[in-house]
Design a protein around this ligand. Structure first.
Ligand code: GLN
Length: 192
């Protein structure tokens, strides 16, 4: 089987950690900055970072339109934390630029100051137990009918899937486990 090429949007945020994790899973990671970088990739990861900055840079480089086009052609997309915010159709209280592909509504930085960042054990459907690393994470307040909830924490979804789109409010690239990366690579390979 040929190596799947997984792109990581490398405009801002923790893209290097994702590239490391992809390599450890035996797939090929590729830094993606411009529309042409999307050619030939099976899946795209939008990393954690600062969602307003990533959204503005995406619009500036024409990446928002290019990502929509490649998604229509079958590319899988996974957003982690800021990336999940960018995938959401609704960002409560914000009109910031976004891809708006997933039927979820999120609120940024909503876990409160004293638990700004925390780790917790998650039980993930089809994967099992995982350590969830949350860093100034958004909370998913609404998930539409087409959205499957794969893991929740304190009554809110933290890992959701809609067809070939995946969103996590936590950071699997920082937990030492490659399980969600493996899940996404399998999802990206499995076209159709
Ligand atoms: N708080 C950031 C935002 O709203 C997301 C944090 C992260 O990606 N770790 O964009």
């Amino acid at each position: 089987m040929s190596k799947a090429i997984i792109g990581v949007l490398a405009l801002q945020g923790d893209f290097r950690e994702h590239l490391d994790a992809i390599g450890k899973c035996g797939a090929e990671g590729k830094e993606v900055r411009l529309p042409a970088d999307l050619d030939g990739i099976a899946g795209l990861i939008i990393p954690g970072g600062e969602s307003t900055t990533i959204g503005k840079l995406m619009a500036m480089y024409g990446m928002d339109r290019a990502i929509h086009t490649h998604r229509d052609d079958g590319m899988a997309i996974w957003g982690t934390c800021a990336g999940a915010i960018l995938l959401a159709r609704g960002i409560i209280g914000s009109s910031q630029p976004r891809l708006g592909m997933m039927d979820i509504a999120v609120k940024r930085n909503e876990y409160g100051r004293q638990v700004d960042s925390f780790e917790t054990k998650l039980d993930v459907k089809g994967i099992g137990n995982l350590k969830g690393v949350f860093i100034r994470a958004p909370v998913i307040h609404h998930a539409g009918k087409a959205v499957e909830v794969l893991a929740s924490h304190r009554g809110h979804p933290v890992l959701v899937r809609q067809d070939r789109l995946l969103a996590s409010t936590f950071h699997p690239e920082l937990s030492g486990s490659m399980a969600v990366h493996r899940y996404f690579i399998a999802m990206a390979r499995n076209v159709g």
